[in-house]
Design a protein around this ligand. Structure first.
Ligand code: C2E
Ligand code: CA
Ligand code: CA
Ligand code: CA
Length: 275
């Protein structure tokens, strides 16, 4: 009886109730966010370590609502994924990112994050095609970032969509590499064009040899496979030197450039000079 009481208490704990209400508030807010034009994309540069040039920019979604203020994507993306709202939001991101990138003077690629629920059934390839046609963005300037979670289900429909997209000429990047349970297995699941090393390894690599080793091994894997390896989350000169030494081919992080909105005339921020 004591245990049952405890369990019941847990079910109705104030923390859980607060979390439930927060999720419901986000869901309600997201329902109107598109119609009210509350989303904006920020872009963060990704720089090639050899040439020092910006190869691409990652589109990162930002949401402001008068009711909630700014809500972090780490909070609202999981809710949108849970509710399925990410399909509509993701379609907007894709469309907007292609249109904005088409006007960049330097011709850098744009990298768009894609959630598991956007894949399967051929919807995404169709959306990509129409976004490219409408924007005039050449297909080789679009990159899609997916995480391991997308592949974990291993379902055929997801892989079919990814293959179709890649055959169209869209680049596919494996995001947050190294944090999952079976990162290495995915290298054979799908032929990725680039691997993004999760920022947690980069952050700890200076202090912890085992994290540095992971960075080095992934960079070596990239070289063997002939795919670029992007070190995410580079914040200090020391980290930059380290990932360069370990053989990563590209870097992304606050040191090089923070995610930022485009200027009024649609130009991206300049990235820090690495030379
Ligand atoms: P992510 O795809 O791993 O994106 C990288 C995150 O790291 C971004 O957080 C970025 O602002 C942050 N970051 C970049 N450089 C540094 C650095 O040097 N230090 C630190 N501490 N952080 C850095 P953000 O913008 O808050 O986005 C969080 C996550 O939300 C993203 O993680 C991604 O999973 C998701 N997300 C953002 N935009 C979209 C979107 O349009 N669609 C989908 N499906 N997910 C998105
Ligand atoms: Ca990403
Ligand atoms: Ca990432
Ligand atoms: Ca992440």
């Amino acid at each position: 009886a004591k245990n049952a009481g405890k369990a019941r208490w847990r079910l109705f704990s104030p923390e859980m109730e607060a979390a439930r209400q927060e999720t419901a508030s986000i869901e309600r807010g997201l329902d109107q966010a598109l119609a009210k034009d509350q989303f904006v994309l920020h872009y963060q540069p990704i720089t090639d370590l050899e040439t020092g040039r910006v190869t691409s920019r990652e589109a990162l979604l930002r949401w402001y609502s008068p009711e909630r203020g700014w809500t972090s994507p780490d909070l609202f993306i999981p809710v949108a994924e849970q509710t399925g709202q990410i399909r509509e939001i993701g379609a907007w991101v894709l469309e907007r990112a292609c249109r904005e990138a088409a006007a960049w003077p330097d011709g850098a690629r744009v990298a768009v994050n894609v959630s598991p629920r956007q894949l399967g059934g051929g919807v995404l390839p169709d959306l990509v095609l129409s976004a490219l046609l409408r924007s005039g963005l050449p297909v080789d300037r679009l990159e899609l970032e997916i995480t391991e979670t997308t592949l974990l289900g291993g379902d055929a429909a997801t892989l079919t969509d990814l293959r179709v997209l890649r055959e169209m000429g869209v680049r596919i990047a494996l995001d947050d590499f190294g944090v999952g349970f079976s990162s290495l297995a995915h290298v054979r699941t799908f032929p990725f064009d680039r691997i993004k090393i999760d920022g947690s390894f980069v952050r700890d690599a200076v202090q912890r040899p085992e994290c540095r080793a992971v960075v080095g091994v992934i960079a070596a894997l990239g070289r063997r496979l002939g795919v670029a390896t992007v070190a995410e989350g580079v914040e200090t000169a020391e980290q930059l030197a380290l990932v360069r030494e370990e053989g990563c081919s590209e870097v992304q992080g606050y040191l090089i450039g923070r995610p930022a909105p485009l200027s009024q005339d649609g130009r991206p921020d300049a990235a820090a000079d690495l030379a």
